[in-house]
Structure formats: structure tokens, C-alpha cells
Design a protein around this ligand. Structure first.
Ligand code: BGC
Length: 740
């Protein structure tokens, strides 16, 4: 250790340096290995001894097959989407990144196994932050077991556009719900000593033309909607990474957008981790670096040699480079990946299935239940028709970089031929037919795929009950054309319902769907993409072994015509690319000509839009039925530093159940806000006849507006209305109060 280096360190660190030099383990001799120091102190110490080349190594990935040239160093990659070599001489491990939205990706091609949890939008339907923590913890454990130390999950873009093909990967339309849920997922992951990541920052709210589009939105609207979800996620979850998105926002690419990266994320929110670009979302060296981008993925077009030259020529100051490196190292120290590296082991398959099922039972939403059609009384049933594409063997999953590979391969392919193909339907071997049969071994349970609606209707006519499993498949890179069920499933359901008055529809969707047949069926269950043990969870709900408690994290509109933008703005030909491979990705890196979307609905995302526009909806945000009933009473609102909302919830039915009690606020008219916003909730478990007093504390920020002139949150004195109830459109308790 050179004298000049020692002299530049504060006294306390100096003592540590010499204390560690006494230890026998050569790695321990590095002062930054002292775990009593803070992650910032440790990162500082390491940065100080790094060469320029070592610093540059940490600033970019090593390529991705089919996308960008592969560095020879990539040979040590664990097979995930991103690999950054470590610095062995300093004891800094490599970063092994894997996509992990609802489970760990690429297990198929790596010969491993991963649990598929219910999709992210489903997890938001539980409104259960403890379940979200479990969700993250399972992902963290399986990442570690497979040799990864960083997750690329954490999708938090708001459902501003329900036709967005990645809606299944996100956490719904409300910033408070999405922010709280992602924060818990990240805490769960990072507790397992993997770096958590939150993405795609920001306003990547449609897939069409994602590499070219320029999103136009005013500052107040973005801070109160999409960015608020990230703000809560960052402040409460403390992720090590934030992935910036492909699109442009108000003129600049998100990954070279000073406002998003430096001004808001790093300065206003105090984010201490590192920003990484989405895969080929970096478009410059000096501009991106100065704007706050710390790390390029997947290759090194801008942050490799080009960065080295920019530093050497003084175009990028050394202090800026050091800040990027510091942030990456800090995340590694803070999340424990240096002190407790992953230990490869066999994934806990059984434990994972149990958790996936338990979570699916909390994420399945009962949307309609006329004539108490559900739960089904097993003892009374003699025959059931199970109808729908592949419902004999499997349930659908969400595709793209979120895709988890099913054990045994894609269940609808012949054994041995079920390799996962990018952006193709992948079905999980969790069989609705078998799960229903297991509940009624004495009954005649028959299957019809629905390919011929007449034959399905004939089976339904001769059965006590008909259950139709209908699906809508989503994938990254493509938006849904509309919200209709594809492949004539609307017609199938209508024909089955006409043949059997006891028809139940189970939806496997990633987003909202329209339901022209709704009046004709008795019951509708939204199972989303239900994960590895989805069918078992759905059967438990259908037969009443589990009382549904989930509530919609997105509004189901009546028609696309009611959306803020009845049609999705598609890119012009010059802003699109076709195919894959380095040539295409270089074209994307160079920058495609922009096309414009104006989010002129602003803060009116989801229910805020339908409320403000006085539109009726099919199913409102926050809606979900139970097999029991709940009553709300005794609202008391106490003003104070944060507003306290007290009320009583009573189970007035005959089954134990859990109620998600939602608290909304209407802001003073002078704020010009939509009619109401979610400000808190509580999930209350109650036995029949039981009542509980509930208190919800409302953070003053959730009652504030964002004031761009003051560049901060502003509480506006005036008349507020607090409303409490079981969905955004059923709020029996109301109290007005003047604040402050
Ligand atoms: C996706 C990211 C993903 C990355 C790496 C991109 O296409 O947008 O969500 O993490 O690829 O696979």
C-alpha cells in the first residue's frame, strides 16, 4: 500500500487498514473487506486503489448472444442476461444478473429449475406486502441457488395503457399500491443477499415502438403518477439497481435524461445504488454519464473504450467516473454480495411450489358470483364440464424476458421438444382438469378444448356445472391489439353459457379483458398467470377450501373506447426495426427517429381517469368478492402530522375471510386533482361475526400535490374527504375535514 494512498484516508479508516493487514486471509487484508464500515466507506476505499481499466470494467456488461458482440470474458457468465467480471485482485466478485420478474429466467437453457410465482400483476392483487416480501425472498433464494447475485425484476411501470404487453410484469395502475408492493419484493430479495433492481425507469408504458417513442408529459403529472411508484419503491425498498428504460421522456432518452436520473432519482430521492440501462438503451457516453447513467448493458458500445477515451480526454471527469464505480460497489457491499456470495445448490422445488400456490390463493380475484354459484359443493356435484384451450394439461404464463421455463418443457409440446422460444406461448404443467377431478373423485368430470364451440356446448348441456378456462397471452415487445379474449373465446363462452346456466369462467390473463358474455354467466374468477401451482390454487378457490380475498390492481373498462387513448400510437416505419442480431441492435443504439405520444391524461391513470370522466366500468380498481360479506362502520379521522383513519370492519357472513379495506382521499377543489386517490389500506382477517377496529396512517405526501415551481411536494390547506370501503367504487364511509 503506497504512502500517498494511506495519507489520503481518514484516521478511522487508516486504523482499519492496518488492523486488517494483521489478518491471515489475503482477502481480509483489503480494508474494504471490513464489515464494520458502511457500504459507502467500503466503496470509497476500493475505488481509491482501482486502475482506470478496472473502473471501466465495472461500467458495462460483456455482451449478449444475438444482441451484441461477446467479450471473451463472458465465458465466466452464469448464463443470465448480464455479466460483469469482478476484480479478483481486490476481492470484488463478478455481477451475475438474471431476469427474475415472477421467477428466475433461463433455467431451461441452463439445465436448471425455477419456480414460477403468479405474475407480478397478480401479486399486486393480493395487496399484501408480507406476501410480496415472500415473493421476493423466494426469487432471491432461487437466484442464489442458481449462482446469481443480482435480480433484474422489479417492474413498476404503472398500467397507464392496459394493452401494454408487459402489464402482467407490472404492479397495476396505482402508484401507492405499486410502490409499496415493489418495495416489499425488493426487501425480500435483498434479504437473501442478491442485489434488487427496479425497472423500467420511466414511463415505458407501451411496448409499441419502445426504442424510439418520445413520451410527452408534464412534470407534475409524472411525479404524481408513474414516478411516485418508483419514488416509494426506491425510498422504502432501497434497491441496489434502477434500470432506465428504452423510451425517450420529454425529448431525451430515459438513460440519458438528467431530470429523471440525476435531478429526481439521485438528488431528490437520494438513491445511493447504481443505474443500469435496459438492454441497449444506452445511446451516448458523455451525455449519458453526465445525466446519471452508471452502467451500460449488455455490451460496451458507449461505456467501454469510448468511456476510457472520454475520461482520458477530460470529457468525462474522473470524479464522475468514480461516482459511477462507487455506486456499483456500494450496492454490492450494501446487499451482501461481497461478504456472502451465492452458494450454488438445488432449488427447493417442493417449498417453492407450496409458496407459489399459497400466493396464488391470495392473488385470485372473484369478480362475479351470482346465485352463490361458488363455492362448489363437492358432495352435491355429479358432473362437471371443464372447457378451454389446454385446460386438460396446463395454464399459460407471461412471455419475454420475464419468461420462466416450465419443468419438462412447454407443457403443450411433445415431451423433449418443449424448449422455450422467445415470444411464444409457454404453458405450465399445472392441470385445471386434474385439479378439479381431485376435488370430486366421485363425479364425472369431462374435458373439451373448446375448439368446436358446439361440441363444448353439448358437453356443458349434459353437465351440472361448466367451467371455462379462457386466456389472453401477453409478451414483452408487443402490445395487445385490444382487450378482447383472442381465438373466438368470447363466442365459446357465450355458447357454453347458453347451454348451461351454471357456467363459471376462469380467466388466465395478464391484463383487463372485456366480457361481452358477462350477463350470461354466473361466476367469473380472475386467476391471472397463476404460476407453477396455479391450477391447485384455483381449484381450492372454486371448491371453497380457500376464501378469495384478492382485489383488482387495475380497472377493467367496458370497452377500449373508454380508455384515455382509444388506440395505441404505433411507430412509423422508420422508427421500427425488424429481426434481431448485432446489426439491428447497433441501429437501436445509434438512435431511431422519435415519434410522439402525449400522455395528456396526465395524472389520471386508471380509476382516476374513469372517475374524472364519469365513466362506468366493468369492474373497478380495488374490486373483488369474497364468500363472506363485510360491513364498515365507525369512521373517525384524526388530523395530525399524518392523518389517522380509524374504522371498524365486521365479517357479517358465514365463512372466515380477509377483507382489503381501502382508504381514499379527495383533495381540495383548488388542487384540481381527480376525484380521489388511494392513500392507504389494511388487510383484515375476520372470523364470521368478528369485528376489528382498523387504523390506517396516511403519509402527508399522499395527501399532497407535486409543485414543479417549488420542485417539491406541497400540502394544500383546505377541505379533504376521507372515504373508506371495499373498492374504489364502493366507499360507504366518508368524513370531511379541514386540513391542516
Ligand atoms: C427488457 C428488460 C430485461 C432485459 C434483459 C430487455 O429487453 O426490457 O426488462 O431485463 O431485456 O433481459
Amino acid at each position: 500500500m503506497s504512502f500517498s494512498f494511506a495519507r489520503s484516508l481518514p484516521a478511522v479508516l487508516l486504523i482499519t487498514v492496518f488492523a486488517f493487514a494483521q489478518s491471515g486471509n489475503p482477502m481480509d487484508q483489503h480494508p474494504w473487506m471490513n464489515t464494520t464500515l458502511t457500504p459507502d466507506e467500503r466503496a470509497d476505499l476500493a475505488v481509491k486503489v482501482m486502475t482506470l481499466d478496472e473502473k471501466i470494467t465495472l461500467l458495462h456488461g460483456t455482451g449478449m448472444e444475438g444482441l451484441s458482440p461477446m467479450s471473451p470474458l463472458a465465458v465466466n457468465s452464469n448464463g443470465g442476461a448480464g455479466y460483469v467480471p469482478g476484480i479478483p485482485r481486490l476481492g470484488i466478485p463478478a455481477l451475475q444478473m438474471s431476469d427474475a420478474a415472477y421467477g428466475v429466467r433461463f433455467s431451461g437453457q441452463n439445465g436448471r429449475y425455477s419456480t414460477a410465482l403468479p405474475s407480478d400483476v397478480a401479486s399486486a392483487a393480493s395487496w399484501d406486502t408480507e406476501a410480496a416480501y415472500e415473493y421476493g425472498a423466494l426469487i432471491g433464494r432461487e437466484l442464489r441457488a442458481q449462482g446469481y447475485n443480482m435480480s433484474l425484476g422489479g417492474g413498476t411501470n404503472l398500467t397507464r395503457e392496459p394493452r401494454n404487453g408487459r402489464t402482467f410484469e407490472y404492479l397495476g395502475e396505482d402508484p401507492l399500491l405499486a410502490g409499496k408492493m415493489v418495495a416489499s419484493v425488493i426487501k425480500g430479495e435483498q434479504a437473501q443477499h442478491v442485489i434488487g433492481d427496479i425497472k423500467h425507469y420511466a414511463l415505458n408504458d407501451q411496448e409499441s415502438g419502445r426504442n424510439a417513442v418520445n413520451v410527452n408529459i408534464d412534470q407534475r403529472s409524472m411525479r404524481e403518477s408513474d414516478l411516485l411508484a418508483f419514488e416509494i419503491g426506491v425510498l422504502e425498498g432501497n434497491p441496489g439497481g434502477v434500470m432506465c428504460s428504452y423510451n425517450r421522456v420529454n425529448g431525451d432518452y430515459a438513460c440519458e435524461n438528467r431530470y429523471l436520473l440525476n435531478d429526481v432519482l439521485k438528488q431528490a430521492w437520494g438513491f445511493k445504488g447504481f443505474t443500469l440501462s435496459d438492454w441497449q438503451a444506452t445511446h451516448s457516453t458523455a451525455k449519458a454519464s453526465a445525466a446519471g447513467l452508471d452502467h451500460e448493458e449488455p455490451g460496451e458500445i458507449f461505456f467501454g473504450d469510448a468511456m476510457k477515451q472520454a475520461v482520458q480526454s477530460g470529457q468525462v471527469p474522473m470524479s464522475e467516473l468514480d461516482d459511477h464505480v462507487h455506486r456499483i460497489l456500494r450496492a454490492m457491499f450494501a446487499c451482501g454480495v461481497v461478504d456472502d456470495p451465492p452458494q450454488k445448490s438445488v432449488v427447493d422445488v417442493e417449498g417453492g411450489l407450496e409458496i407459489a400456490q399459497k400466493i396464488a390463493e391470495q392473488t385470485t380475484v372473484l369478480l362475479k358470483n351470482d346465485h352463490a354459484q361458488l363455492p362448489l359443493h363437492a358432495a352435491k356435484i355429479r358432473s362437471i364440464a371443464v372447457i378451454g384451450p389446454h385446460a386438460d394439461i396446463a395454464m399459460i404464463s407471461g412471455a419475454g424476458s420475464a419468461q420462466v421455463d416450465p419443468p419438462g418443457g412447454n407443457a403443450i409440446m411433445p415431451p423433449g421438444q418443449g424448449a422455450t422460444v422467445w415470444n411464444h406461448e409457454v404453458w405450465f404443467p399445472t392441470s385445471p382438469l386434474k385439479s378439479v377431478r381431485a376435488k370430486v373423485p366421485h363425479a364425472n368430470v369431462q374435458f373439451d378444448s373448446g375448439a368446436d364451440p358446439q361440441s363444448a356446448a353439448a358437453l356443458a348441456r349434459n353437465s351440472d356445472v361448466a367451467i371455462v378456462f379462457a386466456y389472453q397471452w401477453e409478451t414483452e415487445d408487443t402490445d395487445l391489439e385490444n382487450l378482447s379474449l383472442p381465438y373466438h373465446q368470447d363466442d365459446l363462452i357465450a355458447k357454453v353459457a347458453a347451454a348451461n346456466p351454471h357456467t363459471i369462467v376462469v380467466l388466465e390473463t395478464g391484463s383487463a379483458v372485456t366480457m361481452p358474455w358477462l350477463d350470461q354467466v354466473n361466476a367469473v374468477v380472475e386467476a391471472w398467470y397463476a404460476g407453477s401451482h396455479g391450477a391447485q390454487a384455483v381449484a381450492n378457490i372454486l371448491f371453497g377450501e380457500v376464501n378469495p380475498s384478492a382485489k383488482l390492481p387495475i380497472t377493467f373498462p367496458k370497452t377500449e373506447a373508454d380508455l384515455p387513448h382509444p388506440t395505441i400510437v404505433k411507430p412509423p416505419v422508420e422508427s421500427t426495426t425488424h429481426g434481431d442480431g448485432p446489426a439491428v441492435w447497433n441501429k437501436i443504439a445509434a438512435g431511431l427517429p422519435p415519434f410522439q405520444i402525449s400522455y395528456d391524461e396526465g395524472v389520471k391513470v386508471g380509476y382516476k381517469w374513469y372517475d374524472a370522466e364519469h365513466k362506468s366500468v366493468l369492474f373497478p380498481f380495488g374490486f373483488g368478492l369474497s364468500y363472506t360479506t363485510f360491513d364498515y362502520s365507525n369512521l373517525k379521522v384524526s388530523p395530525g402530522k399524518s392523518v389517522q383513519v380509524h374504522f371498524t370492519v365486521t365479517n357479517t357472513g358465514h365463512m372466515p375471510g380477509a377483507e382489503i379495506a381501502e382508504v381514499y382521499a379527495a383533495l381540495p377543489a383548488s388542487t384540481n386533482e381527480p376525484p380521489k386517490r388511494l392513500v392507504g389500506w389494511s388487510k383484515v382477517k375476520l372470523n364470521p361475526g368478528e369485528k376489528k377496529d382498523v387504523s390506517v396512517e396516511v403519509d402527508p405526501k399522499y395527501l399532497s400535490i407535486f409543485n414543479p415551481d417549488q420542485n417539491g411536494w406541497q400540502f394544500v390547506p383546505g377541505d379533504y374527504i376521507i372515504q373508506v370501503g371495499g373498492s374504489s367504487r364502493n366507499l360507504p364511509l366518508k368524513q370531511s375535514l379541514r386540513l391542516p
